[in-house]
Structure formats: structure tokens, C-alpha cells
Write a protein that binds this ligand. Structure first.
Ligand SMILES: Cc1cc2nc3c(=O)[nH]c(=O)nc-3n(C[C@H](O)[C@H](O)[C@H](O)COP(=O)(O)OP(=O)(O)OC[C@H]3O[C@@H](n4cnc5c(N)ncnc54)[C@H](O)[C@@H]3O)c2cc1C
Length: 394
């Protein structure tokens, strides 16, 4: 009997365009990302030279329509996330942050002048964006942020002060979408608003965070705001309150829910190949029942994750996907991928810890993916609240 890496196929559920997008993304990532990723991971550098090629592939702002963006449907977008993360979660993170956390808020909450000013350059990869929500003392509870903006002068400029922490791409960003508390004219209660902070504005700096043992091929840094004067024209007019940043995170988490499947596929395929080749006790280790059980678990969990993503992708297409469904997708597929990576690592024995076998890197990366964009626990509580009607965050 012929062996096959996958029994489940979703090809027949995809449109011709989605199939072509998937194949093109896989070819590109195998050709351009795979050969360089381990070197960048070890050096803790991001392959900046690939940014124009990401743009050419339509990966930057992929789901947005107009402004030079590809206008991909949710399923096609998800399939590209699979291929990016099959190589490395840090590479997928770069594209996710640019698309969902930096471009999307400008697209969804910005005025026409802001969209025309920023989006075409961001889609072309000439302008890099980042998203500043998390602070040293404000992670899972972003409503506790301290960064604040005070209006000053006749032009209505804002003066921003504060610090953002764990910000993907901040050291290389030309524009930062920063969330800060301010008091709107005529009100006395602070409200969270989004600001576009430009590189070069006095008082704005982005020191790099060194020493990460996870997501090493992604650049992470701080955003330090020290009396940064920001014109009123840089305020995102279309949203007020926590729903602003949470709306962006829903977009990004949707992509992560797909991307994590790619990481799981990558480690499963490597474990399968390795165990078919590796001989112990006179036979390939894939011939042992315990090894087959692991392979079957990995394979079947990937299939379920893919169906979940596909189902939610079609819901998103019809405009019906809810934030709690996105929590379900992000939570379960990332947990699945992390468990898959740990299992696959064990199946390679000692070789599993070596960079050249490309599994340990996924294990380390997925520890971050489990935590960022809403930790596993916070998504559990979001789903628990939906099931019971009781919020258990406090
Ligand atoms: C590499 C990397 C890149 C990142 N990129 C960005 C970015 O681009 N922009 C950005 O704004 N942020 C970014 N983040 C931040 C990320 O979103 C936060 O790390 C995450 O939200 C968790 O916040 P925290 O680290 O402060 O952990 P904490 O909130 O302190 O949580 C610590 C632990 O306590 C648990 N916990 C907290 N509250 C509860 C509760 N109510 N019930 C049960 N358990 C709870 C958490 O689940 C977690 O296990 C990034 C993080 C990393 C590591």
C-alpha cells in the first residue's frame, strides 16, 4: 500500500483561486524563506531583504481591498499564513503585524487622508508598521494601560507619554499604531484612542529587546514616548475605547489560527520522514506502534485544526465570524501546534534539538504564539464567558 502524509484533503472545498494562492505561497516560502530561516533564527535577525518579495506576493495587507493591497478572501489569506508559519512563526508574525495590526486599523478606523498616505507604501513593503498596546505593567489587562495623550495648543496636537513593551517590528517601524488613554473634548472620563506615531518625531524611540529564546527571527522592541507631539491629523478618528485595539487583535488572531496549522504540518512532516528513515532495533522507527500512535495523533489533530479554520474562514467570508469564534480558533490550533511540535521533537530523539532538523525552533516559537495575541488562558476565559454568561477574568 502506498503511504501518504495526509488522509484528509480540503482541496475540493477550495476555489481555483484559493488553490493557486496556496501553491504559490508554498513555492515562494520553500524557495525564499526555507533556505535562510535557520541562519536568521540563530543570529536573531529578521530577513529584511525579503520584505519587497513579501509585498510582491501580496502578503502585506493581503485581506484589504484597494490601496495596492491584494484583496484576498479570508480562506486564501489563511492559506498564506499556513505557508509562512510552516517556515517560521516569526516570519508569519512580521506579515500578521504589518497586515492586521498596523494596516488594518488605518484601513478600518482611519480617515481617507490617512489611508492614502500610509496604506500603499505599507502594501509595497516600503513603510513598516507596528502595534503598541502591551506595556510593562499592562499585558492581559490592556484597559490598565498608563500611556496617555493630552491635547495641547490651538491646533489640537496631542502630547504622548508612556512606554509600550514587547512590540513586534518596533525597532524597524516607520509608523507605530499606539493606543493611549486621553480625555476627549467635552468629557471627563479617559478613553483609549489610537495614534499614528511617525519615526523621527522627537521623543519617540524604539529600543530593541535582546535575549529572546523564542521568535528569534522576529524583531521585538519597546516604544518609548517622551513628550511626543503628535498632530491631531494622526489620531485615528473612527474608533474609541478598548474595542479599537481588540478589533485589530481579532483580525490578527484569525491569521494565527491558520498559521499555527502550518507550524504543525511542518513538524509532523519532518517527524514522519525522519521516523521512516531512522532505523533502530533493525527496523524504521516508524514501524513501532508507539511511533505510529504519535504520527496518527499529529496527523488527525492537524486535520481537525484545518477543518476548524476552514469553517471559520467561510463564516468570516459571510461576515458572521464572531470574536469568541476567533478565540476558539487561536486557542485550540495554537495549543495543537505546540503539542505537535513537542511530540515531533521527541520523535527525533537527540536530533530533535538540532537546528538543522527545524523542529526545536518551532517548539520555541510556539511558546510565544501560545502567549501573545491573548494568552491561552485569556482565550479560555473568553470562551468560558460565552458558554456560561459569567466573566471569570477577575
Ligand atoms: C515575542 C512577543 C511579541 C509580541 N508582540 C506584541 C506586539 O506587537 N504588540 C503588543 O501590543 N504586544 C505584543 N506582545 C505582548 C503579548 O500580547 C503579551 O505578552 C500578552 O498579552 C500577555 O501579557 P503579559 O506578557 O504581560 O502576561 P500577563 O498578562 O502578566 O500574564 C501572565 C500569566 O498570567 C495569566 N493571567 C493573566 N490574567 C489572568 C486571568 N484573569 N486569569 C487567568 N490567568 C491570567 C496569563 O494567561 C499568563 O499565563 C508580544 C509578546 C511577545 C512575547
Amino acid at each position: 500500500m502506498d503511504a501518504t502524509p495526509y488522509i484528509l484533503s480540503i482541496d475540493h472545498l477550495l476555489s481555483e483561486e484559493e488553490r493557486l494562492t496556496w501553491t504559490a505561497a508554498r513555492d515562494f516560502c520553500e524557495r525564499r524563506v526555507a533556505p535562510v530561516i535557520e541562519r536568521h533564527y540563530e543570529a536573531a535577525t529578521f530577513p529584511r531583504e525579503l520584505i519587497p518579495e513579501f509585498a510582491e506576493m501580496g502578503f502585506l495587507g493581503a485581506p484589504l481591498v484597494g490601496y495596492g493591497c491584494a484583496g484576498m478572501g479570508p480562506v486564501a489569506y489563511g492559506l498564506t499564513m499556513i505557508e509562512l508559519e510552516r517556515q517560521d512563526s516569526g516570519i508569519r508574525s512580521f506579515c500578521s503585524v504589518q497586515s492586521a495590526l498596523a494596516m488594518w486599523p488605518i484601513y478600518a478606523y482611519g480617515d481617507e487622508a490617512q489611508k492614502e498616505r500610509w496604506l500603499p507604501g505599507m502594501a509595497a513593503g516600503e513603510t513598516i508598521g507596528c502595534f503598541g498596546l502591551t506595556e510593562p505593567n499592562s499585558g492581559s489587562d490592556p484597559g490598565s494601560m498608563r500611556t496617555h495623550a493630552v491635547q495641547d495648543g490651538p491646533g489640537g496636537d496631542y502630547i504622548l507619554n508612556g512606554q509600550k513593551f514587547w512590540i513586534t517590528n518596533s525597532p524597524i517601524a516607520d509608523v507605530a499604531v499606539v493606543w493611549a488613554k486621553t480625555i476627549d473634548h467635552g468629557s471627563d472620563a479617559p478613553v483609549i484612542r489610537g495614534f499614528l506615531i511617525e519615526r523621527g518625531m522627537p521623543g519617540f524611540s524604539t529600543p530593541e529587546t535582546k535575549g529572546k529564546l523564542s521568535l528569534r527571527a522576529s524583531i521585538t522592541g519597546e516604544i518609548v514616548l517622551s513628550d511626543v507631539r503628535v498632530p491631531k491629523a494622526n489620531l485615528l478618528p473612527g474608533v474609541r475605547g478598548l474595542k479599537g485595539p481588540l478589533g485589530c487583535l481579532t483580525q490578527a488572531r484569525y491569521g494565527i489560527g491558520w498559521g499555527a496549522i502550518g507550524a504543525a504540518m511542518g513538524v509532523y512532516e519532518r517527524a514522519r520522514t525522519y521516523t521512516l528513515d531512522r532505523v533502530q532495533f533493525g527496523q524504521p522507527i516508524a514501524g513501532f506502534q508507539l511511533t505510529q500512535q504519535k504520527l496518527v495523533e499529529l496527523h488527525n489533530e492537524i486535520g481537525k485544526g484545518l477543518l476548524l479554520a476552514y469553517h471559520f474562514g467561510r463564516l468570516k467570508e459571510s461576515g458572521k465570524l464572531t470574536p469568541v469564534q476567533v478565540s476558539y480558533l487561536k486557542r485550540d490550533n495554537v495549543r495543537m501546534a505546540l503539542e505537535a511540535a513537542r511530540t515531533a521533537r521527541s520523535m527525533l530523539g537527540g536530533n530533535g534539538i538540532m537546528g538543522e532538523f527545524h523542529i526545536m525552533r518551532h517548539v520555541c516559537n510556539l511558546e510565544t504564539v501560545f502567549t501573545y495575541e491573548g494568552t491561552h488562558e485569556i482565550h479560555t476565559l473568553a470562551i468560558g464567558r460565552a458558554l456560561t454568561g459569567i466573566a471569570a477574568f477577575k
